[in-house]
Design a protein. Sequence first.
Length: 240
Amino acid sequence: MKIALIGYGKMGHEIEKIALQRGHEIVCTIDLNETGKFDSPEFRSAEAAIEFTSPESALQNYRRAFAANVPVVSGTTGWLEHLNEIKAACENEGQTFFYASNFSLGVNIFYALSNYLAKVMSQFSDYDVRMEETHHIHKLDAPSGTAITLAEGILENLGRKETWSLNKAGNENELEIKVFREGEVPGIHTVVYESEADSIRITHDAKSRKGFALGAVLAAEFTKGKKGFLGMKDMLNLHP
């Protein structure tokens, strides 16, 4: 495939490495202050654009890619208040958009495990639940998109929590997400169920960016020939 990269930092370079290893061609890279490249023939020739940037620039990046009729695979988090606009572009304009808060295969298995555990724990009200997430100091949004996806799955399946809160639960109906920013940590997410008798913990600990980058390239491959709004559940079929 011909792939464009929107965002050419550490993740962009890791994605480039894996894409080339898998036989793809990187036809265009767009970094900060290079938005003019969206109008280039090289960008327009791309069969997919993989986007990892910032919450502030993501939405405009999507609009520019759609204007060039280039499918987008995005792992940027912190912009989801605009999700309906992107879904509408897919539905009404025939655009293709693949979004994941985390492209790691292991994380998506973790989502499925957490959702199942929440269903089980809904029967045991003596256990309270909380979450913890740790990322590198450069991460701009908090909690992480991965943590929000985990929390939404717990809220949907547990029943006794109605919303999530950042760093402090104001009442028993809130699921607390404790956030830590340390060093160069790729990402650690933990779900904790605790009673007076014991505690149950499940954790996903990313060792590097490689798993995220591989998943993003696989998602780009998955978009080929498809239209609409897509996600990891479509590609992996791990959870309904």
